[in-house]
Design a protein around this ligand. Structure first.
Ligand code: RB5
Length: 149
């Protein structure tokens, strides 16, 4: 699977850990969209790189990390093709896949620790979408995307 990952300075250290974790999994092609250091940057610049890769189908999934995860969530969910989920624990990661078919995972480095974050990533990658009634709800979300020009 191809996965694009990006962060701002507030998510840099956790992004580096997640990239290492993903590469060690062996079955993920990781596209690191930056940022490459801890100097202050603007999260929309990095949020859009990952969101656009997913929206264009260049990456099947994406991961975004900032300080709280909130800014990156706002950016990513501007794209109608993106379903970005800000997850704080195993349960929200599992539900974001089963119920929402989230294609971008968002986390806040200043909110959760590394251990919880890596557990979230593993759960999020391994949990399938449940489909059924949840697909009908996603169709309604897609209709909203089409209705607003
Ligand atoms: C950067 O200080 C911080 O605002 C950013 O990482 C993020 O938390 C925004 O939502």
């Amino acid at each position: 699977m191809k996965l694009a990952i990006g962060c701002d300075h507030g998510g840099f250290e956790l992004k580096e850990e997640v990239v290492k974790f993903l590469k060690a999994m062996g079955n993920i092609q990781v596209e690191d969209c930056g940022v490459a250091g801890k100097d202050s940057v603007d999260y929309p610049d990095y949020g859009r790189k990952v969101s656009e890769a997913v929206a264009r189908g260049e990456a099947e999934r994406g991961i975004l990390i900032c300080g709280t995860g909130i800014g990156m969530s706002i950016v990513a969910n501007r794209y109608p093709q993106v379903r970005a989920a800000l997850c704080h624990d195993h349960f929200t990661a599992q539900m974001s896949r089963e119920h929402n078919d989230a294609n971008i995972l968002v986390m806040g480095e200043r909110v959760i620790g590394k251990g919880v974050a890596l557990e979230i990533v593993k759960t999020w990658l391994e949990t399938p979408f449940a489909g059924g009634r949840h697909q009908l709800r996603l169709n309604k979300i897609a209709d909203i995307g089409k209705a607003i020009k």
